[in-house]
Design a protein around this ligand. Structure first.
Ligand SMILES: Nc1ncnc2c1ncn2[C@@H]1O[C@H](COP(=O)(O)OP(=O)(O)OP(=O)(O)O)[C@@H](O)[C@H]1O
Ligand SMILES: [Mg+2]
Length: 328
C-alpha cells in the first residue's frame, strides 16, 4: 500500500510566549496538541474551528513554514522536517500554500508574471522558454487573461490578485494545495468564483486540498472530509455530509448550529456557547471544552474535568473525542 499524500502524526507545536513584562518567566503556548490527520491524493480535507484553535499553525507545519515541536508531517511517506537536499526540494514542489491576503505572496514591485515565474526560476528544472510557457499555461488554468501578464498587483482586482497567488502556488504542479482562508478577504461574488476555481482545479489536475475557512458553507462545498479543531486538538473528524447532517461532538454541534438555517418544523435551536475560547496558555483540565459544554450540564460528568477524551472511532470513517458521545 502506498503512503498517503499527507499524514500528520501526533503533531505538536509549542511557542515560547512571554506573559506580561520582560522579566516574567517565559511560558509555553501549546498551539497544536497532538493532531493526527490523513489526506489521500486528490482528496479535500476541511479544517474548521474558532479563531486561535491552531488551524494556521497546522497549515504552516504542512508546508514547512513551522517546525513541529514533536510528531511529524509526512508527505508521501517522507518526513518533512528531516528531508534534506533534493528530497527537501521535491517536498517543496509537492505542497504549496495560498493565504488570505494575496499581497503576502506577491511582490508589489514586480509584474504579476514575475511572481508566478519565480518558483520556476528557483526550482531551475525548466529552461527559460519552457518556464514562460508554463506561466502562460498556469495563467490559463486559473482563468487569468494573458493581457494581465505585465500588470502589477495593485493594478488588479482582489479576485484577480488571488488568482495570481493561486497561479504562483500551482506553477510547480503540486499534489497538495493548502488554502488558509483563501476567500475571506474577497467580496461574496468573487468568493464564489474562487471556490469554483479551486473545485475545478481539483477535478482537472487531481489536486488535493487542505482547506481552512471560517465560512462553513465554503468548506461544505469543497471538502469531502472535515476535521473540527478545538484548542489545538481535532475533536471530531467525519465525511463532510455526515458532519453537517449529524455532528456528534458538542462543540461541532455548536459550531454548525450557528450557520445552518433551521429546517422548517425542526426543533433545532441555535446553540450559543458561553464564554470565550480558553487560552492555550492555560488550557482547562480534562476535556478542553468542558467549561463551555452544554451537554455536560445535563449529564454532569466529573470525568470531563479530569480526563482528556481520546479521539475514538465511531463507525468506519468517523472519529470523535467526547466522553459523552455514545457509539452509534
Ligand atoms: N509565531 C507564534 N508565536 C507565538 N504564538 C503563536 C504564533 N503563531 C500562532 N500563535 C498562537 O497559537 C495559537 C494558534 O494560532 P493559529 O494562528 O494557528 O490559529 P488559527 O486557528 O489559524 O486562528 P484564526 O482563525 O484566527 O486564523 C494562537 O493562540 C496564537 O496566538
Ligand atoms: Mg489562521
Amino acid at each position: 500500500m502506498s503512503a498517503p499524500l499527507l499524514e500528520l502524526r501526533d503533531l505538536h507545536v509549542r511557542f515560547a510566549a512571554r506573559r506580561g513584562g520582560w522579566f516574567e518567566p517565559r511560558r509555553e503556548l501549546h498551539a497544536v496538541r497532538g493532531v493526527d490527520l490523513r489526506l489521500e491524493r486528490g482528496g479535500a480535507l476541511g479544517l474548521v474551528g474558532e479563531s486561535g484553535c491552531g488551524k494556521s499553525t497546522v497549515a504552516r507545519a504542512v508546508v514547512g513554514l513551522q517546525r513541529p515541536s514533536s510528531g511529524g508531517v509526512f508527505i508521501e511517506g517522507l518526513e518533512r522536517a528531516s528531508a534534506r537536499g533534493a528530497r527537501a526540494r521535491e517536498l517543496r514542489r509537492r505542497v504549496s500554500i495560498v493565504f488570505q491576503d494575496p499581497y503576502s505572496s506577491l511582490d508589489p514591485r514586480l509584474p504579476v508574471s514575475a511572481s508566478v515565474l519565480e518558483p520556476l526560476a528557483i526550482d531551475g528544472r525548466l529552461r527559460p522558454r519552457a518556464r514562460r510557457m508554463r506561466v502562460l499555461a498556469t495563467f490559463e488554468a486559473v482563468g487569468l487573461d494573458a493581457a494581465l501578464y505585465h500588470r502589477y498587483p495593485h493594478e488588479l482586482s482582489g479576485g484577480q490578485r488571488q488568482r495570481v497567488a493561486i497561479a504562483r502556488a500551482l506553477v510547480l504542479e503540486p499534489a497538495l494545495l493548502v488554502c488558509d482562508e483563501p476567500t475571506s478577504a474577497l467580496d461574496l461574488s468573487v468568493r464564489a468564483q474562487i471556490v469554483n476555481l479551486l473545485d475545478e482545479l481539483r477535478a482537472r489536475f487531481g489536486l488535493a486540498l487542505l482547506f481552512i475557512s471560517h465560512d462553513l458553507a465554503v468548506v461544505r462545498r469543497l471538502a469531502d472530509e472535515i476535521a473540527v479543531m478545538y484548542l489545538g486538538r481535532v475533536v471530531e473528524r467525519a465525511p463532510a455530509q455526515q458532519l453537517f447532517d449529524a455532528p456528534r461532538h458538542p462543540y461541532s454541534k455548536a459550531l454548525l448550529s450557528a450557520v445552518l438555517a433551521p429546517r422548517p418544523g425542526a426543533h433545532e435551536e441555535r446553540i450559543v456557547l458561553a464564554g470565550e475560547p480558553p487560552s492555550p496558555l492555560a488550557p482547562p483540565t480534562g476535556c478542553a471544552f468542558h467549561p463551555r459544554c452544554f451537554a455536560r450540564e445535563r449529564v454532569a460528568q466529573d470525568r470531563c474535568e479530569r480526563e482528556s477524551p481520546e479521539l475514538s472511532a465511531r463507525g468506519a470513517q468517523r472519529v470523535c473525542a467526547c466522553h459523552l458521545t455514545d457509539a452509534p
